[in-house]
Structures are given as structure tokens and as C-alpha cells.
Design a protein around this ligand. Structure first.
Ligand code: AMP
Ligand code: MN
Ligand code: MN
Ligand code: MN
Length: 279
């Protein structure tokens, strides 16, 4: 039987909330045995050119990607877009508007943190921002660790940056329809990121997947660092039942901050149709 190449179709550079520059990320991927890599920064595509150039030098196959933040049914859902055209203007404009929302949210987060006695978090978070157009909760988390309000990034989320905690600001991201229209305008394949992470009942998940498909969605991540082995199975079944392509990605953010390194994941089950089946 033919060996499956090592696909990693979800990771972040410092163009969003990852720690490595796009070229560094690509070098690490090669070192970790990845053969086909997609860079999928949050709501941002400005790291793709650098990553693609480095991949070309090293003989790594590179896929242009993005991870789009959307709001659906009162929660935030991430949709990865694979094989997008970074030059598409509707995609560029759509992502630009989502990034603008992030900038506004960051100001409100800082005001919230100030109210509980944490001053200077806006400047503090921006000290960890490489791309001034893309700020996120992870940058605030790194600031909170630096100032010893918490011991690590995970605790920063637990104590400050999630719903119900000071520092959490509810935010309206793109609608499902708009988010998918940006990806599709750029010719990309929309894939639900880490489906096991959302606080949805089975019924709600099926309702979401129905609407996702209706709006042009085509795939779901089955193998991701966010899933337990039980969830690998659960989402493999769901992918087959609902007729979705299956994807595999580490969601790597950086050494020391991610449990799973680039490309270090189990393979997709053989009976699934991989998102790369016709690449
Ligand atoms: P944002 O898109 O700015 O709201 O931030 C979402 C990002 O925060 C995710 O992509 C993760 O990188 C990070 N994140 C969310 N929840 C956690 C958590 N519990 N522990 C560590 N990082 C998290
Ligand atoms: Mn992230
Ligand atoms: Mn995500
Ligand atoms: Mn991600």
C-alpha cells in the first residue's frame, strides 16, 4: 500500500499569534518531516509569500491557507481556507475588516483588564505583536505571563481571557456566509477547524454542519491537536456521514506553547476522503 505523505494543513506564524516567522516555521516543518504544509494564520495572509519562498528553496510543497474567525449561534467558530488565492481582492478586503474588529476588541480588552487592576496591557500585548494589523488574545496572554499575573499562557486564558472572566470581550466576527464567501472568492476549500473545541451539543453541531455545507463548506478537521483519540473517531464518523472531506493539521503556534509539533499527528483513517484527494 502507498505511504501517505505527511500533510500538516493548519499552523500559525508571527503574522498572527504564532511565535516563529513564516520562513522559520517552514524550516521547522521540514525538520519535523512535514512534506506538504499549509500556513493558516488567523484572518491574515501576509505571511504566505515568505513561507512559500522558503518552502520553494527547501523543496517543501506549500499550500496557501488562512483561518477565518466567524460568529455562529453566539459562539466563535474557526474555518480554515485551503488553497486560497492570496491576490483575490474580496478575500483581502474581508480579512482586513475582521482584523480591524480585532484592533477595536483589543482596546476594550485592555480597558477591562485595567478595571481589575492590570494596567498597560494594550502596549504590553502589542510588544508581542509582530504584525501591527493582527492582534489577538494570545498576545495579551503572553503579556499576562510576562508580568506574572499567571504562570503560563494556558492559565492566562483560564483566568482572564475566556467568557465570564475579566479581560474577555464578546466579539462579533464575520457571519458564516461572509466568512465562507471570502474563502470561496479566493478559490479556497472551507474546512471547519478543530470541531471538537466548540461548546455545541451533538444536535447543534449537526445544525452548524448543515448550514456550513449549505454555505459552501466542504471539509472538517478530523486529526488536530485539539482532539482526543475518541474525537478522532467521532469526527471521522461525522465526516463520513455528512459527506465532508477530512483534514489533518497540528495548529502549531510555537515551541513551548504547543503540545503537538508540526506534522506529529496520527494519519487520517484510510476510509476517509482527504481534503487533498485531488491536489
Ligand atoms: P482570538 O482569535 O484572538 O480570540 O484568539 C484565539 C486564539 O487563542 C486561538 O487560536 C489560540 O491560539 C488561543 N487560545 C484560545 N484558547 C486557548 C487556551 N485555552 N489556551 C491557550 N491558547 C488558547
Ligand atoms: Mn491562535
Ligand atoms: Mn483556531
Ligand atoms: Mn489555528
Amino acid at each position: 500500500m502507498q505511504r501517505t505523505p505527511n500533510y500538516d494543513l493548519h499552523c500559525h506564524s508571527n503574522a498572527s499569534d504564532g511565535l516563529l516567522a513564516p520562513a522559520e516555521l517552514v524550516r521547522r516543518a521540514v525538520g519535523s518531516g512535514v512534506e506538504i504544509l499549509a500556513l493558516t494564520d488567523h484572518d491574515e495572509i501576509c505571511g504566505l509569500a515568505e513561507a512559500r519562498a522558503e518552502a520553494g528553496k527547501l523543496g517543501l510543497r506549500f499550500i496557501d491557507g488562512v483561518e477565518v474567525s466567524i460568529s455562529w449561534g453566539g459562539i466563535t467558530i474557526h474555518v480554515v481556507g485551503l488553497n486560497i488565492d492570496p491576490n483575490n481582492s474580496r478575500l483581502q478586503q474581508g480579512l482586513q475588516s475582521i482584523r480591524q474588529g480585532r484592533t477595536e476588541r483589543a482596546k476594550k480588552m485592555a480597558q477591562d483588564l485595567e478595571r481589575v487592576g492590570i494596567p498597560g496591557s494594550l502596549e504590553g500585548a502589542y510588544a508581542y505583536v509582530e504584525n501591527p494589523n493582527l492582534v489577538g488574545r494570545t498576545h495579551f496572554a503572553r503579556f499576562l505571563v510576562e508580568k506574572r499575573y499567571v504562570s503560563d499562557v494556558k492559565s492566562a486564558f483560564q483566568h482572564y481571557l475566556v467568557s465570564g472572566k475579566p479581560g474577555y470581550v464578546p466579539h462579533q466576527w464575520a457571519t458564516l456566509e461572509d466568512g465562507l464567501s471570502y474563502i470561496k472568492a479566493g478559490g479556497g476549500i472551507p474546512v471547519v477547524a478543530h470541531p471538537g473545541r466548540y461548546k455545541l451539543t451533538r444536535t447543534e453541531m449537526r445544525k452548524f454542519l448543515g448550514e456550513f455545507k449549505e454555505a459552501g463548506g466542504a471539509g472538517i478537521e478530523v486529526i488536530t491537536s485539539s482532539h482526543t483519540p475518541e474525537q478522532y473517531l467521532e469526527y471521522a464518523i461525522l465526516a463520513k456521514e455528512c459527506g465532508f472531506l477530512a483534514s489533518r493539521g497540528s495548529d502549531f503556534h510555537g515551541p513551548g506553547e504547543s503540545r503537538v509539533d508540526l506534522g506529529r499527528l496520527p494519519n487520517l483513517a484510510a476510509e476517509l476522503k482527504p481534503v487533498w484527494h485531488d491536489w
